[in-house]
Design a protein. Structure first.
Ligand SMILES: [Zn+2]
Length: 160
């Protein structure tokens, strides 16, 4: 068994699981681009009862704009990559987004909330409750903030 971080939101009864391996990959990517923001797409699958989201991997943007306080990924090639993952032996789907907050706490900014709301309402994205992972990162520390957009509100996941 791979080490897994488990989180939940009691209020809406949703669960989330992500491997330490993927979190390490995300941390390394953040440090590589530090002190600028960086990010990507989260892919994985839902449990049969749809209550638990399993984050398995990340897709990285081919093009993006970033600064110390801003990140915007391009969507070039993403659709093709997602189709390929969906058709794999173990299908993975789009689950949401992650990005780094260099030298800042992992709290969603106004732009972050707008972004995830837009994704939830986008007709091309077949997901109504996208996940948002924000990683507060310094050269020595990492703080994770996991959020989910659910019925027009943003909820935070807590470890348990
Ligand atoms: Zn942000």
């Amino acid at each position: 068994m791979k080490p897994v971080l488990k989180l939940k939101n009691e209020e809406i009864g949703l669960y989330l699981e992500i491997t330490d391996g993927l979190l390490n990959i995300i941390k390394d990517l953040g440090l590589k681009h530090y002190p600028k923001e960086f990010g990507g797409v989260l892919v994985g699958y839902y449990s049969i009862d749809k209550k638990t989201v399993n984050i398995i991997d990340t897709l990285l943007p081919v093009s993006y704009k970033s600064s110390k306080i801003h990140f915007e990924r391009g969507s070039e090639g993403l659709k093709e990559q997602l189709i390929e993952l969906f058709n794999a032996e173990q299908p993975l789907i789009y689950l949401g987004e992650w990005h780094i907050h260099p030298d800042a706490r992992p709290l969603p900014s106004g732009t972050d909330v707008e972004g995830i709301t837009e994704i939830a309402k986008h007709k091309d994205v077949n997901i109504t409750s996208p996940i948002l992972l924000i990683v507060g990162l310094t050269t020595t520390e990492m703080e994770l903030g996991f959020y989910v957009y659910f019925k027009n509100k943003i909820y935070k996941y807590e470890t348990y």
